[in-house]
Design a protein around this ligand. Structure first.
Ligand SMILES: Nc1ncnc2c1ncn2[C@@H]1O[C@H](COP(=O)(O)OP(=O)(O)OP(=O)(O)O)[C@@H](O)[C@H]1O
Length: 486
């Protein structure tokens, strides 16, 4: 239920402004505005009118429903809204004013709206100025870049308020108490798609109004004990890093730049040498190779996950670091499925949203044909990890050291292992004109390029919460004879 409205109607007929008379239905009634599920995870507002001849009974219905709604503590009452007027097709302000604000008003939610004036305005306002105690949640109207600003501001501010050093990779970060809502108004809106199942402003507004809550893991990325960024979806080195770097230079092409750079990087077929070390996740539910898509809420309520998050069981002390050295076409860490309209299964279809792990996918050097097979499997039913040159590990922490950053002793070890190739690669490094692969790629961190390649990544279990509920299993709701559906 979104809201309830009384309708007091006179019996008989009423004179209009223009002097004519309008026939009025004879009733006392109340209109109830509620959420209706539509196709493809969309939600819409629907209205139903209950009529009653006894005015006192009617009043009782209205006041009971209003009391119930007001006593529901999970529903937000005051929201801080940031609108990026330049995101996507520059429709953020219009989308908010026409589709979202009227719903918030009907649901009795008060808002404080800030239209951003420059990049990082929202992040800095949250970090330093916002009076967070006044609000039950923060809403961003924009795309993934805008969402990233919000989480950077909110996580940072929470740590400072709680006396935690956000720069230290060893500190356990404090979870943010305010929930975040995403009204999609960007070009890709991947986070919204992966957590709600659709990119639709009205659906997102309704998830906010009914007070949904979806915890989300966040990865902190450090370089030499220096904080770089937070990531909630994809950290990609090699192929996905190169596609982003190349597409950034072609912004003038619009959204077509992603296809262009994707094709170009596929044909270029660069591979990169380096060392990946990781801490495998223990005591978790499922594996990255699970056939069925994971119900994200399951992870949030399972007691084992809870105990890990609350620190009763220290996962890092119970595991041993493992190391893999090699040549990789892509190194991807997917903290969520990374599903989007183009790749409905995503990079890691069985990734949980909130179990304190990320799926580390290593694509070793292989032929173009094989790499294409792997990429195509993201859009088909076949298992994209069932290939000899692909491996996937569910991890709590990982580090990457590109070969050009490795210490002399590491390089000497490599030299002994593969001396002939080493000589060639040295010649090529000194002579870029020979056209061999560059020494290093860059990291694509949720769509932003990182300034360093040697990184230390740690997953923080359920650090933030969204106004969402994960992607719903539709068959349950389509089957109206099933009592659970109701
Ligand atoms: N007022 C502003 N002027 C210029 N840039 C802004 C402003 N407000 C926010 N930004 C920046 O604009 C960038 C892009 O915004 P946003 O993510 O909303 O849209 P998008 O890039 O089109 O969508 P997506 O990230 O989903 O592809 C963000 O990185 C954000 O920091």
């Amino acid at each position: 239920i979104i809201s309830v409205r009384e309708e007091e109607e006179e019996n008989g007929s009423r004179q209009r402004d223009d002097g004519s008379w309008k026939k009025i239905r004879e009733r006392e009634g109340k209109d109830l505005l509620y959420v209706e599920r539509c196709q493809q995870h969309r939600w819409r507002c629907a209205e139903v009118t209950f009529t009653c001849s006894d005015e006192a009974v009617c009043q009782h219905w209205v006041s009971s429903i209003r009391e119930q709604l007001a006593s529901n503590t999970s529903r937000p009452k005051h929201l801080l809204v940031y609108i990026n007027p330049y995101g996507g097709k520059r429709q953020g302000k219009r989308i908010y004013e026409q589709k979202v604000a009227p719903l918030f008003t009907q649901a009795g939610i008060s808002t404080s709206v800030i239209v951003t004036e420059y990049a990082n305005h929202a992040r800095d306002h949250l970090k330093m100025e916002a009076e967070l105690k006044k609000f039950d949640g923060v809403v961003c109207v924009g795309g993934d870049g805008m969402f990233s600003e919000i989480i950077h501001g909110l996580i940072w501010r929470t740590q400072i308020d709680c006396g935690v050093d956000p720069n230290s990779p060893e500190e356990a970060l404090s979870p943010c108490s305010l929930r975040i809502g995403i009204i999609p108004a960007g070009s890709t809106d991947c986070i919204c798609f992966a957590t709600v199942g659709t990119n639709d402003p009205v659906t997102s507004a309704l998830h906010i109004i009914v007070g949904d809550s979806q915890p989300l893991d966040v990865c902190s990325v450090h370089h030499n004990n220096m904080f770089l960024r937070y990531s909630v979806s994809l950290l990609g080195y090699g192929f996905y890093g190169d596609v982003l770097s190349d597409s950034e230079r072609k912004r003038w092409m619009g959204p077509a730049r992603y296809d262009f750079s994707g094709l170009k990087m596929f044909l270029t077929h660069h591979y990169y040498e380096g060392t990946v070390s990781y801490l495998p996740a223990r005591g978790i539910i499922g594996t990255p190779r699970d056939a069925t898509r994971v119900k994200t809420v399951l992870a949030a309520v399972t007691s084992k996950v809870k105990s890990v998050c609350l620190g009763f069981f220290h996962p890092e002390s119970s595991g041993e670091w493992r190391t893999i050295r090699g040549k990789f076409l892509a190194i991807n860490a997917a903290s969520m499925s990374c599903a989007c309209p183009r790749s409905p299964k995503g990079l890691s279809p069985a990734a949980h949203l909130a179990d304190g792990t990320t799926d580390l996918i290593l694509v070793r050097k292989c032929s173009r044909f094989n790499f294409l097979r792997h990429l195509l499997r993201h859009t088909s039913k076949d298992d994209q990890f069932d290939l000899t040159f692909v491996e996937v590990h569910r991890v709590r922490r990982f580090r990457f050291m590109p070969r050009h950053c490795q210490s002399d002793s590491d390089l000497e070890l490599d030299l002994h292992e593969n001396s002939k190739r080493q000589i060639f690669s040295q010649i090529c490094k000194d002579h870029p004109a020979c056209g061999c692969a560059p020494a290093y790629s860059s990291w694509n961190c949720d769509g932003e390029i990182l300034t360093h390649t040697a990184i230390d990544v740690r997953v923080h279990c359920q650090l933030i919460k969204l106004f969402a509920r994960g992607i719903e299993e539709l068959p349950v709701f389509e089957d109206l004879t099933n009592p659970c559906a109701i």
